[in-house]
Design a protein. Sequence first.
Length: 274
Amino acid sequence: MEVLAKVSSPAKINLGLWILGKRSDGYHDILTLYHAIDLCDEVRIEEGPFRVETSTGIPMEENLVYRALAEFERRVGREIELSVFINKNIPEGAGLGGGSSNVATVLKEVNRLMGELLGEDELMEIAGIISSDAPFFFRGGTQIGRGRGEILEEIEPIELDVTLLIPSVKASTRKVYSLVREEDLTPQMSPEKLVSLIREGRYELLENKLGEIACSLYPEIGEAVRFVEHLGFKALVSGSGSAVFYIGKPTPELETGARLRGWKVVKAKSWLGV
């Protein structure tokens, strides 16, 4: 079959995340700063019957991309005659947005290949139904996220070196959010202050309330946070975990300690390719 498109689908980290309150629809309002990094899944789209396959063998009906494309088909009133293959490099259950990124990347490419049947706003609406994080990946870069994370404000790009620690445990976003208590809710930080902390390198003032809950639910995540901070870096959990990261390059001490604990180390940079 003819290959029609090959595109990269980047991961994200959350440069801080604050839980503001619980909504009547069961979701939580948050404030976060999304940042795309160059750890990428690779997407290939070919002519052929409609299907979505991944290198990790996710059943098609459970794949977020399949669900998004089914909604796309419903809205445009046409059948998709394309086969989608996703080579997964972004760990699952790590809070790095791999599935959400795949949704945005594939929706954009399928829409382009089928003649731009929908505008970006409607594509983002479809993506937001499937995943709160997915709308971010339409433009990537660095964006402030509000609401469930789907209300976005782009800011000037920030270029960072990032080191990720990937513990063996996979975190459940649903389980982590289910443990949010009243005392975990925080006043809204000024988005401008949040951005200035990053630009000034004051990483020690960043926090992720959701990540703190993940550490209590999954002790291995807490161990990774303590390990990074023992080495003198400010550790943050991405999203609801399990990935832990710091701003900076990996050190020999970190790589040795991670290897002994069975954790994967990923060296990443800001992704500016979206």
